[in-house]
Write a protein that binds this ligand. Structure first.
Ligand code: ADP
Ligand code: ZN
Ligand code: ZN
Length: 763
């Protein structure tokens, strides 16, 4: 008799990984790993996923007490190694096994049961509708077509199609407002919309000859070294990791393409993860033009029907190259040889809801399991990856770093100047030092573009009562309200609630504490920078990009397009402006205050600051003209800032690693953050206290530190109080099982517990 281990589709951490059920003889063969089955659990019918089939039940399980599988609800969707990976994730990250298994299921499934016509239970099927089969391509007329100067969206669309036909659904997901420019271009005969059949991964299409992307004739020395390292890893087939450490433009993508090509020649497919913001038609087009008819795209904004279609094409082996955001890692590629993670340092690879996994670390496990190779690429690699490469090994697999310092197109590094703000009177809340102000003027007068970064939106950071010092806070969260001058509103950046200034706290705008009418705006936000720029450069087109101006679909893209199309424009914004497209004409980058992110109580604050400054500095001088970077800071000597000016990353990395080692932080330790939230603060504290006690009892003798419980920095969000405990353990510790035990049976309807292992958000 056969026995199946089944993960129940119940979203609770407390459940064991899988339960054993007997396979009745009439279902033998049908009950296989990856199948969805109907079983009884706690006397109720329940949906489950088969993760193992064996001749005997698991150890310690009494065969006579095992119940049978009732029926098979859906055919297998994943294989044994995927099942194993899902269970590993559940243990590693202390999250519900069903949430991990679901990552491997076809997109758009409904996991609920319903009674069918015959009275038998079946999966209720959601009608996904038909996937959109329309494709868009340029016609021959595009070769000689010149869009009007102000028709930026048309120009963008033509660029997006330059490397070949693009699925309509992808254009819609990745670009802003496609339908209108598409209609006008179609009317002019420049583009053409057509339908492809369901089962073709890519139709034939025209590509502008000028935009085809052939492999370069000769690789740079760095590219040669990187590819040799990948080839050695391929040959070993031991889950090796190669970190390609190269500045933007050094040819990392070219390395990925060649490595994928080598894998395809051996019959092995590849998964390429890029941050969603870089998942543009151009990126996808570069892969499609290199591997025509083989590329599937998974983007979170595609409809479920479209994602399902891509998933099926991957599973049946039609698509051997998958390009997508974080969750594309779980796509059912039959013969995986290579996983590529571009911009591996990006925090978006950490999922912030359960299952709270890190795609880089799961990918390392995945390639080890499948004998594949992981290639990581970045201009500012994470300290985790750098340290693992220095050690040469992590979790049993070899890690190797290959530096690619040269850019094939040359291009000098920008000149970086740090302006020390200490001792300077910030009278009237001065935003620009004379140095930055005159550089902005000069760039504008020369007709060049500038970028100004301030990582804080709003006009002022807060309003402060001049009499008693009181700062209005959100009544539902523990954050002070940010003042937005244009709309005369106070906004809570934690829950999004808004009060007109006049109505807060009372219709007469008095201090809630002492009644004074003297409320003054303090601190500086992007809106304020925008206003000061307007008076500094009276005729300059100023474009602001932050969470307030990019609301709505494609908002981000829309603003970048406007900046691209406006001569001598100044782009002001938060960290959003550091990412995204390349603008060759930007010659000046100004950072209003580099310290905003440096002072956060987060051990990664310096790393985040360094990454942000390096990225934004890299926006200057991409084109012919040299670039300048001016960074204002009160902390000019801090290694995260000083090393930007000296172009000496090693200096920053060395001091930062030293500090992390001393203070026991990753990559030299492993952290977990357990957070309790509830409306009743005392209940949340009590639960957290119990978790801390249990953890302390377990930690004794293991070299673990248990810090807290204490209120989180964001101690209240949306009327829920937040308390947490942080566990620091040796780097190789496994934290999942201990944390599951420490939280077992606690929490409930009124207090919820979140376990975040290897957290990135500690606030
Ligand atoms: P990255 O991904 O590091 O930003 P890319 O791979 O996009 O770099 O390369 C930047 C530019 O240099 C691209 O236009 C690419 O076609 C070109 N390029 C890459 N490798 C070479 C090479 N070996 N010789 C000439 N040009 C190259
Ligand atoms: Zn007051
Ligand atoms: Zn709030």
């Amino acid at each position: 008799m056969a026995f199946a281990s089944v993960v129940l589709d119940i979203p609770t951490r407390a459940l064991e990984g899988a339960y054993d059920y007997a396979v009745p003889s009439e279902l033998e063969g049908e009950v296989a790993v990856g199948a969805t089955v109907l079983v009884d659990f706690a006397r109720r019918p329940s949906v489950g996923y088969v993760v193992r089939v064996a001749d005997a039940p698991s150890e310690g399980v009494d065969p006579t007490r095992i119940r049978p599988v009732r029926s098979v609800l859906a055919a297998p969707a994943f294989d044994g190694p995927s099942a194993e990976l899902a269970l590993w994730m559940a243990r590693e990250y202390a999250c519900p096994p069903s949430a991990c298994v679901r990552l491997f299921l076809p997109p758009g499934l409904d996991h609920r049961l319903r009674k069918g016509d015959e009275g038998a239970w079946e999966l209720s099927s959601r009608d996904l509708g038909a996937p959109d089969r329309r494709w868009v391509r340029l016609t021959d007329a595009a070769e000689s077509f010149e869009p009007a100067a102000n028709a930026t969206r048309q120009r963008r669309l033509i660029e997006a199609l330059g490397r070949g036909p693009v699925r309509y659904s992808e254009l819609r997901a990745m670009l802003a407002d496609v339908s209108q420019p598409l209609t006008s271009l179609a009317a002019k005969g420049v583009v053409e919309v057509f339908e492809a059949s369901m089962d073709v991964i890519e139709p034939e299409g025209t590509t502008l000859a000028s935009a085809a992307a052939p492999a370069p004739e000769r690789l740079t020395r760095g590219q040669g070294r990187a590819l040799a390292a990948v080839a050695r890893a391929f040959a070993r087939g031991d889950g090796s990791v190669v970190l390609v450490d190269g500045v933007t433009g050094s040819g990392k993508t070219e390395v990925y393409l060649e490595a994928i090509e080598a894998g395809l020649a051996l019959g092995k497919g590849a998964i390429v993860l890029v941050p969603e913001i870089s998942l543009t038609p151009q990126t996808v087009g570069r892969f499609r033009s290199r591997f025509p008819g083989k590329v599937a795209v998974l983007h979170s904004r595609l409809t479920p029907a479209e994602r399902r279609q891509q998933w099926e094409l991957i599973r049946e082996g039609s698509a051997q190259v998958v390009v997508g955001a974080r969750s594309a890692l779980f796509s059912p590629l039959p013969d995986l040889g290579l996983v590529v993670i571009d911009e591996e340092h990006e925090f978006t690879y950490k999922q912030e809801q359960a299952p709270r996994y890190h795609a880089r670390d799961v990918a390392a496990r995945l390639v080890a399991q499948r004998g594949a190779t992981l290639v990581l690429g970045s201009a500012t690699p994470s300290l985790e990856s750098l340290e693992r490469c220095r050690a040469g090994r992590w979790r049993g697999a070899p890690w190797e770093r290959v530096a690619m310092p040269e850019r094939p197109g040359a291009g000098a590094l920008p000149e970086v100047r740090i302006v020390d703000l200490r001792g300077r009177r910030t009278q009237g809340g001065m935003v620009f030092t004379p140095e930055l102000a005159s550089a902005l003027k000069e760039a504008f007068e020369r007709g060049e573009k500038s970028i100004v970064l301030l990582n804080r939106r709003g006009f002022a950071t807060f309003l402060m009562c001049q009499d008693c010092g009181c700062v209005p806070e959100c009544p539902h969260c523990s954050s002070s309200l940010t003042y937005h001058a244009r709309s005369r509103e106070l906004m809570c950046h934690s829950c999004g609630r808004i009060w007109p200034v006049e109505a807060y706290p009372s219709p007469t705008a008095r201090c809630p504490h002492c009644g004074s009418r003297y409320l003054q705006a303090m601190g500086v936000g992007t809106e304020r920078v925008e206003a000061e720029l307007a008076s500094l450069l009276s005729d300059a087109p100023i474009i602001r990009m932050d969470a307030d101006t990019t609301r709505g679909e494609g908002g981000h893209q829309r603003i970048l397009e406007r900046f691209d199309a406006t001569p001598a424009a100044v782009l002001v914004g938060t960290q959003m402006i550091a990412k995204g497209l390349d603008f060759p004409e930007v010659t000046l980058v100004g950072v209003v205050n580099a310290d905003t992110s440096l002072k956060l109580p987060d051990f990664r604050a310096a790393e985040r600051t360094y990454d942000l400054l390096e990225q934004v500095a890299g926006r200057a001088g991409r084109g012919e003209r040299p670039g300048r970077v001016i960074i204002q800071s009160h902390w000019a000597t801090h290694p995260a800032i000083a090393s930007i000016a000296s172009h000496d990353r090693d200096a920053f990395v060395a001091t930062e690693l030293e500090e992390r080692e001393e203070a026991l932080y990753p990559p030299f330790a492993r952290l977990a953050n357990v957070i309790c939230t509830g409306r009743d603060e005392r209940r949340a504290m009590a639960v957290m206290g119990e978790v801390a006690n249990r953890l302390r009892a377990r930690a004794a003798g293991k070299g673990w530190q248990v810090v807290g419980p204490s209120a989180c920095l964001r101690s209240r969000v949306k009327d829920r109080f937040r308390h947490h405990v942080i566990v620091k353990a040796p780097a190789e510790a496994s934290l999942g099982p201990a944390l599951l035990e420490a939280t077992h049976g606690l929490g409930g309807a009124d207090v919820s517990i979140a376990i975040d292992i290897d957290p990135y958000d500690l606030l």
